[in-house]
Design a binder for this molecule. Structure first.
Ligand code: PLP
Ligand code: SF4
Length: 528
């Protein structure tokens, strides 16, 4: 055999493979040619006529796809319906001429469609489970509104207070008594929270509390905001806070030559049970003196290498507008500072804080040098129509809104939860930036830690399955941020690099740039 199909046409190998395939016996040979039913014959005839008449590609593809399934399922070749190879070939040529990119029938039917089908299989489970396992606050909105009504009436919060930043802070849930009024928790849990809050502050806004789904013991919002017994019981060896060995000047933390943070406040609208800065957040709110900010800014002024300044806390948006304006103005006045970042969780904990005045301040500074807002959202449940609106408005005033999530046991440590988080925030004007492996540095929340490898599985599972634009980098903080991604460069084989597709683990050969050609300075316009 091995004879070549005559090349009197200019279609490709994929199409020859498809057409030859349709005429060869499929699977086990049946002794006699099965007879198609009347209905099948007339169906094929109709599809054939439609393909002959059409000026579109779809009827031609539909026809070939149907022939292929009939061949695979019933072992019936096209000639049984009176359709010749030549007829198929001329239909294939027609398709190729219609298609703008000259895509052939064989390429589309035998390759592209099969590849898409294979890809679809990878996300079936996610699509089936994402709403149930990782509902967004938008999907839960009816329940959240019902919760809000209940909380408002129990705590006697007026509509005006609820819909304002000051009202939300004023009615903060910061005691076991208040907590037990708004959530129906079993007595032993209430006692436990009482024990822990003797050592750790609890504070969440009534809005954030309304995101908690009643009747779920390990609700991800509850776990992030209500301290549990482990925080006290886990206390082992005291590890000094990051600032102890990374603060070259007042309010400043610095790991890197050109980027540093100003911890501009120790206050937050809520206290997270996994807070990396737990030592700094401390036990009571402090107002920093003007001297403190001035000394921090002076450090930046004197160190001309610094180009990127992160204003964090605590939560930077807890600061009054004038203070934020003043700091941004001071940074804009420093020539060597070229961009500013602001760290805040307020858009998901107390979205009403994002007022017009603040947006104008951000926009004004962003016009001078880019401002980026860096937030922390750990579950899709934190995105509601209210926070969505806050992000929409912020994103119009700054150059980017980025998210740093913390990988937390029971909160977001599954593929489905993390994909859902990344997709949901991406749809809501926020770009996934980092996923942190929860630090070893604070024994208080050792119970939330997730093994490094588990996080790598989760992040790697995103490649090829969700938009590249929604895939964050996976980081461990250990005296600076260290990337934890697995390498997909498997090995070198001569002039090739063997790469691994993260989504299928299939190895592909990737010819590398030739080293001698790369070393040759005699190229392009310099070429003699
Ligand atoms: C996180 C952090 C930065 C910023 O790191 P990027 O990788 O640039 O986002 C800078 N300084 C300190 C002290 C930090 O904690
Ligand atoms: S908002 Fe940030 S700084 Fe404040 S408690 Fe939460 S994690 Fe810590």
């Amino acid at each position: 055999m091995n004879q070549k199909t005559p090349q009197n046409d200019d279609t490709d190998a994929f199409t020859h493979e498809l057409i030859e395939g349709l005429f060869s016996p499929f699977g086990q040979k049946t002794p006699e040619i099965p007879k198609p039913s009347e209905t099948l014959s007339s169906e094929i005839n109709a599809l054939f006529n439609a393909a002959e008449k059409t000026e579109l590609t779809t009827p031609i593809i539909d026809f070939f796809v149907r022939l292929k399934t009939i061949h695979e399922d019933l072992n019936i070749a096209p000639d049984v319906f009176g359709i010749s190879k030549d007829a198929l070939l001329s239909l294939a040529m027609k398709h190729q001429h219609i298609d703008e990119h000259g895509v052939t029938v064989g390429g589309r039917v035998n390759r592209a469609l099969a590849i898409v089908e294979q890809a679809n299989e990878r996300i079936v489970d996610y699509l089936n489970r994402k709403t149930l396992e990782a509902p967004s606050g938008i999907e839960l909105w009816d329940t959240i509104r019902e919760n809000a009504r209940r909380i408002r009436s129990v705590l006697d919060i007026s509509g005006e207070a609820w819909n304002s930043y000051s009202g939300q802070l004023q009615h903060c849930i910061d005691s076991v008594e208040k907590l037990s009024k708004i959530i129906d928790l079993p007595v032993h849990i209430i006692e436990e929270v009482g024990r822990v809050t003797q050592n750790y502050r609890m504070r969440m806004t009534p809005y954030y509390a309304s995101l908690i789904q009643p009747g779920r013991t390990n609700d991800p919002i509850l776990l992030q905001s209500v301290p549990t017994g482990e925080m006290v019981d886990n206390i082992g060896i005291e590890i000094p806070p990051v600032a102890a060995d990374h603060s070259p000047a007042r309010l400043i933390d610095q790991f890197y030559p050109r980027v540093l943070t100003i911890k501009a406040t120790n206050m937050c609208a809520m206290y997270c049970t996994h807070c990396l800065r737990i030592a700094h957040i401390g036990k009571k709110d402090r107002i920093y003196s003007d001297n403190a900010y001035e000394e921090a800014l002076n450090y930046i002024r004197q160190n001309t290498r610094i180009r990127d300044v992160l204003i964090t806390g605590g939560d930077a948006f807890v600061l009054p507008n004038e203070k934020i304006k003043k700091i941004l103005k001071a940074l804009d006045d420093i020539d060597h500072v070229t961009m500013k970042r602001i760290g805040t969780r307020i858009p998901v904990t107390t979205p009403w804080r994002i007022d017009t005045e603040l947006l104008e301040i951000l926009e004004e500074s962003n016009d001078k040098k880019p401002v980026r807002v860096v937030t922390q959202i750990n579950t899709a449940q934190e995105i509601t129509p209210i926070s969505q609106n806050a992000f929409k408005r912020i994103s119009k005033s700054v150059s980017a809104v980025l998210n740093q999530a913390v990988l937390l046991k029971g909160i977001n440590d599954t593929t489905i939860k993390m994909w859902k988080l990344c997709e949901t925030i991406q749809e809501n004007y926020v770009r996934p930036y980092y996923i942190f492996n929860c630090s070893y540095r604070n024994p208080q929340f050792a119970h939330f830690r997730v093994p490094v490898e588990k996080g790598r599985d989760i992040v790697e599972s995103m490649y090829g399955n969700i938009s590249g634009d929604a895939i964050p980098r996976y980081i461990a903080t250990a005296g600076g941020k260290i990337p934890l991604h697995r390498s997909n460069v498997v090995r070198h084989e001569g002039a090739d690099v063997i790469l691994k597709k993260p989504w299928s683990h299939e190895e592909v050969k990737y010819p590398d740039a030739a080293p001698d050609a790369y070393a040759n300075p005699n190229f392009s316009f310099a070429k003699k």
